[in-house]
Design a protein around this ligand. Structure first.
Ligand code: PLP
Length: 473
C-alpha cells in the first residue's frame, strides 16, 4: 500500500469510528450547545496555517471545538423547525460523492450522476404519485427550486424578458401567495426583478388555507388594473402550521387565467408516499411544478431538493446558455447545467439512491407513519390537559400549542410561553421552536427524526410541563 493510501485508510478509520459512535449515541450530546456568539471564532487562529498539519491534530480540534458548538439535528429529541435526520447509508454515499467529486453539469462530465438523477427522480415521482410524464431535477434547496420554478413561470409568460430584462416591462408581474407561504418566494421575486411589492398575499380561511375566491378576485383586479398575473404558489404543508392549500381549486383558477402554479410541498410532500395521505397532492396534474425536499423528511442529509415540472423545456429555455467550452455532448443526453443558475453540480442523486434502496419504500412509509402517530399522540396529551391549548390543526407531524392557564391576557400568555420555551431549550435535553399564529405566540413541536421514539416525545412533554410549572410560579 502506498503511503498516501495507508494514511487515507487511517484517516477514514478514525472518521468512520467517530461517525458510527455518533450515530449510535447522538442523545449523549446536548441537543443545542451552550456556545455564545463568537466563541468558535475566538478558539481558532486568525490565519490559515502556512505548513501542513497532521490529520489527527485537525480531528482533535473537530472534537474539541466544532462538536461542542454544534446543534445536533440528529438528536432524537430535536423537535424544532422541521425535524430531520441523516440515514447513515446516505452519509456513506456523501463520502463516495465527495471522493468521485464529479461536476454533474453535462452528461459527458458524469454519465452516472446524470442518469442516476433521472432514475431516482423517476422513482421518487412514482412513489409520490407525480404524473409520469413530468420531469424531476435535483437542486440544493426548495428555495432555489422555487426560484427556478418562478423563473420558468416568467419564461412561460413572456420569453422576451430573458433577453431584454424587466426594464422593458411597463406592467408589473404578479405572484400570488398567502401569509403562510415560505419567504423564499419573496426572495425569488427580488432576484427575478419582480419585486416584493408584487408578491400578493391572498387571505386564508380559519385553517390557514388560501381562499380560492380571494385568489380569483385578486387576479381579476390585477388584470383590470393593467398588471400581469404570472404565478400562484400553493403550499402543501406550510412552514408554520403545516396547513394545506386547496390545490385542486387553486389549480382550476390558475388554469382559467393562464397562470403558472407551483406547489411547494417541501416538507409535507414526502407524506404523499403513504396511501392514506396520497390526497395531499390532489390536483397536481393541473399544476406546473412541485417541490419536495428529501433533505427534510426523507432522511437524506442536507442538501437535496427535488423539483418536478410538467414541461422541462420551459425550465431549460429559461436558463440555457451553452458556452463554447462545454459543447459537443450527444444530443440525446440531458445536460443539467441547462436547468438552473449553476454550472457545476454536486452528485446529489447518489445519497438519495442509497436511502431509497437501503430503507426501501416500505421502511420509509413505516417511519413516516410512526412520526405522524407520535405527533397525534402528543396532541392528545395536550388536549387532555385544560391548561394547554392547541393553536392550529395538526394533520401531519407538527403540533403548535401553548400553555394557557386561565386568567392571563394575551400579552402575559406570550411572555409566559416565551419563558417556557427558553427554559425547555436551556435544559439541552430537547429543542423546540416557536411561531406566531394569528398574532399568538405558539410553541411548535415537529417530529421527523429517524431515531425519535415515543419515550423522547414523552420526555419532551414532561420537560414542558415541568418548565410551565416553574415559569408560572
Ligand atoms: N418551503 C417550505 C414550505 C418550507 O417549510 C421551507 C423550509 O422550511 C422551504 C420552502 C425552504 O426550504 P429550503 O431550506 O430547502 O430552501
Amino acid at each position: 500500500m502506498s503511503d498516501e493510501a495507508g494514511s487515507l485508510r487511517d484517516e477514514l478509520d478514525r472518521t468512520a469510528a467517530w461517525i458510527a459512535s455518533y450515530f449510535a449515541h447522538p442523545q449523549d450530546y446536548r441537543v443545542s450547545p451552550e456556545t455564545r456568539p463568537g466563541e468558535v471564532v475566538a478558539a481558532l487562529p486568525g490565519e490559515a496555517p502556512e505548513r501542513p498539519e497532521p490529520f489527527d491534530a485537525i480531528f482533535d480540534d473537530f472534537e474539541r471545538i466544532v462538536i461542542p458548538a454544534t446543534t445536533h439535528w440528529n438528536h432524537p429529541r430535536f423537535f424544532a423547525y422541521f425535524a430531520t435526520s441523516a440515514a447513515p447509508a446516505a452519509v456513506a454515499a456523501e463520502a463516495l460523492a465527495a471522493t468521485l467529486d464529479v461536476k454533474a453539469m453535462l452528461w459527458r462530465t458524469s454519465p452516472a450522476a446524470t442518469e442516476l438523477e433521472e432514475v431516482t427522480m423517476r422513482w421518487l415521482g412514482r412513489l409520490l404519485g407525480v404524473p409520469p410524464q413530468w420531469t424531476g431535477i435535483i437542486y440544493d434547496t426548495a428555495s432555489i427550486a422555487g426560484f427556478t420554478a418562478l423563473a420558468a413561470a416568467r419564461e412561460a409568460l413572456d420569453p422576451s424578458i430573458r433577453e431584454l430584462g424587466m426594464t422593458a416591462q411597463s406592467a408589473p408581474l404578479r405572484v400570488y401567495v398567502t401569509s403562510e407561504t415560505h419567504s423564499h418566494v419573496e426572495k425569488a421575486a427580488i432576484a427575478l426583478g419582480i419585486g416584493r411589492a408584487n408578491v400578493v398575499r391572498i387571505a386564508c380561511d380559519d385553517a390557514f388555507r388560501m381562499h380560492p375566491a380571494a385568489l380569483r378576485a385578486a387576479i381579476e383586479a390585477d388584470r383590470a388594473a393593467g398588471r400581469r398575473p404570472m404565478a400562484v404558489v400553493a403550499t402543501v404543508g406550510t412552514t408554520s402550521t403545516t396547513s394545506i392549500d386547496p390545490v385542486p381549486e387553486i389549480a382550476a383558477i390558475a388554469r382559467e387565467h393562464g397562470l403558472w402554479l407551483h406547489v411547494d410541498a417541501a416538507y409535507a410532500g414526502i407524506a404523499a408516499m403513504l396511501p392514506e395521505f396520497a390526497s395531499l397532492l390532489d390536483g397536481l396534474e393541473l399544476a406546473d411544478s412541485l417541490v419536495v425536499n428529501p433533505h427534510k423528511w426523507l432522511f437524506v442529509p442536507m442538501d437535496c431538493s427535488a423539483l418536478f415540472v410538467k414541461d422541462e423545456a420551459i425550465v431549460r429555455r429559461a436558463f440555457s446558455i451553452v458556452p463554447e467550452f462545454v459543447l459537443s455532448t450527444p444530443d440525446a443526453a440531458v445536460n443539467y447545467m441547462e436547468y438552473g443558475l449553476q454550472l457545476g453540480r454536486r452528485f446529489r442523486a447518489l445519497k438519495l439512491w442509497f436511502v431509497l434502496r437501503h430503507l426501501g419504500a416500505q421502511g420509509i412509509r413505516e417511519r413516516l407513519r410512526g412520526h405522524i402517530a407520535l405527533a397525534q399522540e402528543f396532541a392528545a396529551w395536550l388536549e387532555a390537559e385544560p391548561a394547554w391549548q392547541i393553536l392550529a390543526p395538526h394533520p401531519l407531524s407538527v403540533v403548535c400549542f401553548r400553555y394557557a392557564p386561565a386568567g392571563l391576557d394575551e400579552h402575559r400568555l406570550e411572555r409566559l410561553n416565551e419563558a417556557i420555551l427558553g427554559a425547555v431549550n436551556a435544559t439541552g435535553e430537547v429543542l423546540l421552536s416557536q411561531t406566531k399564529i394569528r398574532g399568538r405566540y405558539a410553541i411548535r413541536l415537529a417530529i421527523g427524526n429517524l431515531r425519535t421514539r415515543r419515550e423522547d416525545v414523552a420526555r419532551a412533554w414532561e420537560v414542558l410541563r415541568e418548565c410551565a410549572a416553574q415559569c408560572r410560579a
